[in-house]
Write a protein that binds this ligand. Structure first.
Ligand SMILES: [Zn+2]
Length: 239
C-alpha cells in the first residue's frame, strides 16, 4: 500500500492510498478536488474511492467534483452531512482497497460524526482531525470525555503504527506541547526536528503511535479532566 500526501489549502493534507496489485486508489478527505486529481494524473493512477473522516468542508469539499471526474464511490460517516456519500460507515464497518482492509472506529470529539480508518495488517491509520502530531483537534461538537476516549483508542494501537492526520499543525502543536510539558526531553528534541523540517517546508507526517505516546500531551493526559484543561489552554495559547 503506497500513501502519498497532497497538500491543499494552507495546511491540509489529502492522502492518496494506492494498492499496486489491484491498481486501485482511494483518496482520504479531499477538501479540494483539483490538487487530488492533478496528483493522481501525475502518478498515473485514477481515484476509485473517496473516504471521508468527518463532514467539515475542508475534508469533503472535493467529493462531488472527484465523483464527477472519476466515478469514484464515496464512503463516509453514517451520521455526518457528507456530500455525495453512497456508503455509510459506522463502528466495526470496513473499507477495502484491493486486499487491504481498513476497519472503522468512531472517534467523536472534534465532530460527533468523526471516524478513523485502521489498517491493522499494514499498521496504518487515517485519523483526520482527531489526533495531530503532538496535538489534537478542537472540540467543535463533542465533549472532552469523548475526545479523550477517542485519543486513547488511537494511542492503544501498536507503537509502530503510522498515523496520518489531515493537517500540518506539528510546529504550533510542538510549541504548545513544550510549554505544557517542559521537562519532556523527547518532546524538546521533536520540536527541534519539526522546526528544521518546516524551515524547508518539508512535511512532518506521518507520525507514529509510539511518538505520540512520548510527546503528545493530550494523549499523555491521565484522565479527561486533565485533557480538558490542556485543550482549553491550547485554545488560548499564542506561541
Ligand atoms: Zn475538521
Amino acid at each position: 500500500m503506497e500513501i502519498v500526501a497532497v497538500p491543499a489549502f494552507s495546511d491540509n493534507y489529502i492522502w492518496l492510498v494506492h494498492d499496486e496489485t489491484s491498481g486501485e486508489t482511494a483518496v482520504v478527505d479531499p477538501g479540494d478536488a483539483a490538487p487530488a486529481l492533478a496528483a493522481v494524473q501525475r502518478l498515473g493512477w485514477s481515484i476509485d474511492q473517496v473516504w471521508n473522516t468527518h463532514w467539515h468542508p475542508d475534508h469533503t469539499g472535493g467529493n462531488l467534483a472527484i465523483k464527477e471526474a472519476t466515478g469514484a464511490r464515496i464512503w463516509g460517516p453514517a451520521s455526518g452531512r457528507i456530500p455525495g456519500r453512497e456508503v455509510a460507515l459506522a463502528e466495526g464497518d470496513e473499507v477495502r482497497l484491493g486486499d487491504h482492509i481498513g476497519r472503522v472506529i468512531e472517534v467523536p470529539g472534534h465532530t460527533l460524526d468523526h471516524i478513523a480508518l485502521i489498517f491493522d495488517e499494514e499498521l496504518v491509520a487515517f485519523v483526520g482531525d482527531t489526533l495531530f502530531a503532538m496535538g489534537c483537534g478542537r472540540l467543535f461538537e463533542g465533549t472532552p470525555q469523548q475526545m479523550y476516549n477517542s485519543l486513547q483508542r488511537i494511542s492503544d494501537l501498536p507503537g509502530e503504527a503510522r498515523l496520518y492526520p489531515a493537517h500540518e499543525y506539528s510546529l504550533s502543536n510542538a510549541r504548545f506541547a513544550v510549554h505544557a510539558d517542559p521537562g519532556n526531553r523527547a518532546l524538546s528534541d521533536r520540536l527541534a526536528e519539526v522546526q528544521a523540517l518546516r524551515d524547508t517546508h518539508t512535511i512532518t507526517l506521518p507520525t507514529t503511535v509510539a511518538q505520540e505516546r512520548e510527546t503528545n500531551p493530550f494523549v499523555r493526559a491521565s484522565n479527561w479532566e486533565e485533557f480538558a484543561r490542556l485543550r482549553a489552554a491550547k485554545d488560548s495559547f499564542r506561541s
